[in-house]
Unconditional design. Sequence first.
Length: 359
Amino acid sequence: MTEHSKAQMKAATPYEQKQLQRFNVEWQVVPPMPREVLFDLNTHCNHRCFFCSNHRIAERIFMDKDLMLRLMRECREFGVTDIGLYATGEPFLRRDLAEIVRFAKDFGFSYIFITTNGALATPARAKEVIDAGIHSIKFSINAGNRESYRMVHGKDDFDKVIRHLRWCHQYRTANKVDVKLYVSMVPTHVTGGQWEQLLALVGDCVDGSSLRHCSNQGGNMLENNQTETIDSKNLLGSLPAGLAQGGRCPDPFYRVVITPEGYLTNCVVDYQNALCVADLRTTTLKDAWGNEHARRLRTAHLEGKLEGLICDCCLTNTGAPFKPIRPELARPSRKPPRRIIEMNKRCEEATASYGKRPS
Ligand SMILES: C[S@@+](CC[C@H](N)C(=O)[O-])C[C@H]1O[C@@H](n2cnc3c(N)ncnc32)[C@H](O)[C@@H]1O
Ligand code: SF4
């Protein structure tokens, strides 16, 4: 039995199962349509985590609802069963999130999930989304106390987020609703040792928890190397130890990610739209999945010839030069806001005095 299948048997929660499924892919130039799709409902975020590239996205774009419905229908026709309603943006910034969850439910997706910073998941909003039939909500809480949270997220929302998560737990218990709750943290030099602090506060109300290593976000946040130790064998920082694999990325083979513009991209952290292969406003999902650009990208991964693609920056953790696969679909990038520049400065100082997180 491989390490992968042993770990898969041990994985208790749907969240853990999903993490492990990522390497259970068919490494083909045109693999079968995947089971999972991510709809990135909007580009922007209400927080400014210092290790996240979201602040670079210049335009605020919401996915068009008609397009969303057409693509959900196509996904179901092609056998997609799992739908995540996020990728690079914050899903609760969509006022109509509950309505979108209901659409997904009506189309018959069997697993509907989100990841959120939780600051806008007030009892009223969370209730709507839970009642609409979401299967799981993961709260990303990247610190174990209020002060560090403010430094990392750029917002003083720690107490509020903890309250929101605890409320979801009380609501599901009181109403016997089958929604799974998870928590994750990206530990950094600011928050060393705070995972236990966080679990002491919310461990009793979640079904699973994951400590994700800080990544370079698909080559978009190489400056994270200034203060963090990026484990180059752990793609995107989210794979359990022992399963980490360098060399080739499963994402172009494993799932569909749809940007707020309506483009098919091959990476969950494609902040610059550098891996967009098709405009789904003018083509079908099926044609896009096997088009010449998608085939070229997968061939590059299969042959290990990633020069000129952002994947090279991600997998080698270096600033190698790259071009977007389809420059006409790429996003203009914005300079970091003042807070992030200040944060980076503070990070540099902290690194000088404390050193990096040990690898
Ligand atoms: C980009 S966020 C988007 C959804 C939502 N705003 C949130 O924070 O959950 C998705 C996930 O990526 C994680 N993330 C962001 N930057 C990361 C990095 N540099 N390394 C590893 N994970 C990161 C976040 O903590 C979060 O769990
Ligand atoms: S990790 Fe999530 S909450 Fe933090 S800035 Fe990025 S998108 Fe926003």
